[in-house]
Design a protein around this ligand. Structure first.
Ligand code: NAP
Length: 262
């Protein structure tokens, strides 16, 4: 079997490890190419867009892909819709590997919003020293003159490009992050409000715990809707089980085609 993983997440890398290491399958991981030096998964890796849903469908056919797994970040909306269209066009089974979103606990002071722009609008009422953890894309939302009185600590893997907040410091780093480390960031920078996407997962969750401990409000950007009707799982292990089933079905189909008619 040849499995194509649409990646760019911790879960996608873990799944590639399972499919290559445990299942011994041919796996290609696809990365968008946004990060200059990405952590590479085992197996084959390709980088860059496919040219929309039709380009992805053509790739699936050309490379004889037997199963497609959309393990992209929950906020990567376009590629997930493209995957659904391409899988239907090329008649390739599709699975979405999506880590569950975070859930507020006792003591959390969360402010859910629908977009980065909406996050920017609610910020002035919540704090003045902002820990912005939404990545380097979309910083334009926080660059307006109305936010010029706020100071931002922007954390991203690669350096952001303008337009950016007027007053900011950049912290180049990538997860996983530790609770001690997040506590220290809030303390040493005098952070009084955190902004995050509802990415889910454990790797970037300690900032939520640190914020809860010191009573700092968190603006949480809700996930965009994904394509409907796609089978979904929450963990790489479940995705491995799904791929194994597809493999068994394939073998069964092969047997029924090759068995003599009676
Ligand atoms: P997006 O808006 O959904 O995708 C925009 C375009 O980038 C897609 O139409 C596709 O180009 C290309 N693309 C995206 N993911 C790809 C992949 N895995 N392999 C090949 N091409 C891909 O995505 P995005 O928000 O820019 O995110 C890009 C990548 O970064 C995703 O793979 C995602 O897993 C990762 N990431 C995103 C976030 C986030 O907050 N958005 C956070 C962490 C990681 P074509 O149409 O030309 O095929």
């Amino acid at each position: 079997m040849h499995v194509l993983i649409l990646g760019g997440t911790t879960e996608a890398r873990r799944l590639a490890e399972l499919l290559v290491g445990e299942a011994g399958l041919r796996v290609t991981s696809s990365l968008a190419g946004r990060v200059a030096a990405p952590r590479l998964p085992p197996g084959e890796v390709r980088v860059g867009g496919f040219g929309g849903a039709q380009g992805l469908a053509a790739w699936l056919r050309e490379h004889h892909v037997d199963a497609l797994i959309d393990a992209t970040h929950p906020f990567a909306g376009t590629i997930s819709f493209n995957a659904a269209t391409a899988a239907a066009t090329a008649h390739v089974p599709l699975l979405a590997l999506r880590r569950p979103g975070w859930v507020a606990g006792v003591g959390d002071d969360w402010h859910p919003v629908d977009s980065l722009e909406q996050a920017a609008r609610v910020l002035p009422g919540l704090g003045e020293r902002v820990f912005l953890t939404t990545g380097r894309m979309g910083l334009a939302a926080f660059s307006g003159a109305d936010l010029a009185g706020l100071w931002f600590l922007v954390r991203s893997v690669d350096a952001p490009e303008p337009p950016c907040p007027a007053r900011m410091e950049v912290l180049l780093d990538r997860g996983p992050f530790t609770l001690d480390g997040e506590r220290e960031i809030l303390r040493s920078h005098g952070i009084d409000v955190v902004v995050t996407k509802d990415s889910g997962g454990w790797a970037t969750a300690p900032k939520l715990v640190a914020a809860r401990e010191v009573g700092v409000p968190v603006v949480v950007v809700r996930r965009p809707p994904g394509p409907e009707g796609v089978t979904g799982v929450a963990t790489p292990e479940e995705a491995l089980a799904w791929v194994s089933l597809r493999g068994e079905e394939r073998v069964a189909r092969g047997w029924s085609r090759s068995s003599p008619r009676t």
